[in-house]
Design a binder for this molecule. Sequence first.
Ligand code: NAI
Length: 426
Amino acid sequence: MSKIKDPLLAGKGKAELEWARKNMPLLEAIRAKFQKEKPLKGEVISVALHLEKKTGVLLQALAAGGAKVYASSCNPLTTDDSVAAALAQSGIEVFAWAGQSQQEYYSCLNSVLDAQPTIIIDDGGDLINLVHTKRRKLLSAIKGACEETTTGVMRVLAMQKAGKLEIPVFAINNAYSKFLLDNQFGTAQSTVEAVMRATNKLIAGKTVVVVGYGWCGRGIASRMKGLGANVIVVETDASFGNGPAGVHKALLALYDGFRVMDMRKAAKEGDIFVTATGNINVISSDHFKLMKNGAILCNAGHFNVEIDEPSLRKAAERVWQPKENITAYQLKGKKTLYLLSEGRLVNLARPSGQGHPLEIMDGSFALQALCCRLLAFSKRLPAGLHPVPQEIDQEVARLLLKSVGIRLDKPTKMQQKYAESFEYGT
Ligand code: NAI
């Protein structure tokens, strides 16, 4: 029997979804409103998101809003099969399972596109890329897309710069209610949790090298330090986009109290390495040679390219899997390095990766649901990368505060007037 039709698995998944729903008050409120108002009636939403319980709660809210939902994962290792089975039972068309080959992964992406979407939800840009290349016939019916992560937004931006972006895309990642919270605190907690689950090793006293001090890296470094690790940060002397450059991030790390150095130097010191750069081969064959016997490597960046696994495999005399989520590479001279979750998103690759905490995804996915509603309602927006409207971004933050019983004072008229008097540079 295929896993997706297994009633026992579906029962387990249903319990997972119920637990998530109880702890995601924003999405639950959106689902209730959508159920009544049916703002997504007639929409076909094709989705590529890590298919686990929090995503399930989002998908059920979209379906309650009247959409027909087709779901695949955005990564071959991150589907929770029990949630996938429960979702399939609840009427969502699911094309995902844990442990896909690359070919199966792309075949599932194509299956969700076969539904002829009017809206796309993407994480990493694979669906958006497919409809602009091999599935171009679908473009004319697509009202727009929502992109969840940093790497996906960068890919969409590159398409826009090349004049190749033909649909509107909401940059969900760039909303404050997303990257300030999800990338930083969500990735941090789930990455630390996944390293501990996969290895069962003590973090205190270890030297942990965090490569990339962006939003994700900053969170991981801070939480590893909180557990007693001696944290080293590696940044790059380069600048990507308009934001702070690697040199600024390196100073930020230094002033946050971390040792900062280049990768070759850090390679000799680390017990545990975590990459979070969105870049390629940031840990490569030059570095493996320098590492200590027993060093543990993992990646929290979107694609499995940050640690040069093919080179590691090539250099190894023996490769084996001592346990789930760990691959061992015995190099010449009998040194062994351990790679977690094949170098894919360690915090999401199952079974040790459980994804971000519920409260974090409640905020991120509330942005997704509200931007889908906007795409359904708006006259066709111009092609291009669009920021999440400020009202939605601030409303989600306000509701997240409300969900934990916090409300803030509104400014007095005098304060408002005083603050606004500076807005024109006077
Ligand atoms: P960011 O742009 O804020 O940070 C990336 C940092 O890496 C920058 O400071 C950059 O200077 C640095 N960097 C780039 N190349 C480097 C190199 N060769 N050596 C050292 N540092 C280098 O990006 P953010 O938001 O932190 O995302 C990082 C990656 O994590 C992206 O791929 C993103 O899609 C992914 N992501 C993963 C999540 C997860 O659940 N694991 C959640 C959110 C984002």
